[in-house]
Design a protein around this ligand. Structure first.
Ligand SMILES: Nc1ncnc2c1ncn2[C@@H]1O[C@H](COP(=O)(O)OP(=O)(O)O)[C@@H](O)[C@H]1O
Ligand SMILES: [Mg+2]
Length: 299
């Protein structure tokens, strides 16, 4: 019997990374299905607990690769989507990454909190709702970064060096009912380090070099260029595996900064992109991920 794997995102058509994962799964003899949370109905108390909304057929899968929950616009919609994957896990179907870990990683507050408790260096960060206090804190940091609690691609990540700017940003966030996430700005070279770990394997490690002077964000999306690291030092390897273990993730892309006091983790991505590195190295992380998923189900 072929193993059946659902790959989850919420775009009308599967995004590039989802297609790569589906192709890799098919190459290994599995059947891959694209699943959108908005097209799933959950039945409480029925043996076929999860069905497709459009066909009313059971979702017959052995494992799930969760890439994107979609943009949930209300707390209720967010909870429903989280619960859908909790429900799938309750059916004994593994979700990769597990829903609780996926949520924790997306949440820059709790993920950094857990990493810090585990002794992994992270930037000093304060999360609050009071814009006046946020302004004071940003001023004390002298150079601060204000980030969305949930975000990616470097979008909405702001460097704040001026108290008036801190005030206006914080106040605006408070007015649109967003928490304020203020972080010390870490002096670093014009690059950071992305480590992609799948299970017990470091699949790729590369500098993300920002060639534009003055642009301090090193996301590929922000114009940074990937440059493979030939030999990753032991400390980074050890940190990477500890991050995975601490956040209970099966795979992740970890962003490390090189601060004057050593490595520091900016954030952890539970559904990392890898297009940039795939283009220049020919490494196809989707293959490693597909192998991991298939091996996991066999255990
Ligand atoms: N505290 C910080 N100090 C210096 N640079 C930072 C800091 N936080 C983020 N950055 C830079 O901004 C980029 C994006 O921030 P990150 O926290 O990874 O958010 P995103 O989820 O949008 O990628 C990082 O890759 C890093 O280059
Ligand atoms: Mg990042």
């Amino acid at each position: 019997m072929h193993m059946k794997v659902g790959v989850v995102a919420d775009k009308p058509t599967p995004p590039w990374s989802v297609r790569q994962i589906m192709l890799a799964l098919e190459e290994l003899g599995a059947n891959a299905f694209y699943i959108r949370p908005s097209n799933i109905a959950s039945i409480i108390g029925d043996p076929y607990s999860i069905i497709f909304t459009n066909t009313l057929k059971p979702v017959d899968i052995d494992a799930v690769v969760l890439r994107d929950l979609g943009v949930a616009t209300t707390v209720e919609m967010f909870l429903r989507r989280v619960d859908l994957f909790r429900h799938i896990e309750l059916e004994g179907i593994p979700v990769i990454n597990p829903i609780e870990s996926f949520i924790t990683a997306r949440d820059k507050y709790m993920s950094l909190c857990l990493l810090s408790k585990a002794g992994i260096p992270v930037p000093k960060t304060i999360v609050l709702e009071d814009f006046y206090a946020a302004t004071k804190i940003a001023e004390e940091f002298s150079r601060a970064v204000i980030k969305p609690l949930i975000g990616s691609l470097g979008l909405g990540v702001l460097k704040v060096e001026n108290p008036d700017l801190a005030y206006t940003i914080s106040k605006t966030l408070a007015q649109i009912k967003q928490p304020i996430y203020v972080q010390e700005y870490i002096e670093k070279p014009n690059r950071d380090i992305r480590v992609l770990v799948i299970g017990d394997e470091i699949v790729a490690a590369y500098y993300r070099i920002q060639p534009t002077p003055g642009n301090w964000k090193t996301n590929i999306f922000q114009g940074a260029i990937a440059q493979p690291i030939e030999r990753l030092d032991e400390e980074l390897k050890e940190y990477s595996f500890r991050v995975l273990e601490t956040l209970k993730l099966h795979y992740a892309g970890i962003d490390f900064g090189e601060s004057k006091n050593g490595y520091i983790v900016f954030e952890v991505n539970a559904a990392p992109q890898w297009r940039g590195i795939q283009k220049i190295t020919g490494i196809n992380p989707a293959k490693n991920l597909a192998k991991f998923v298939i091996r996991m189900k066999k255990r």
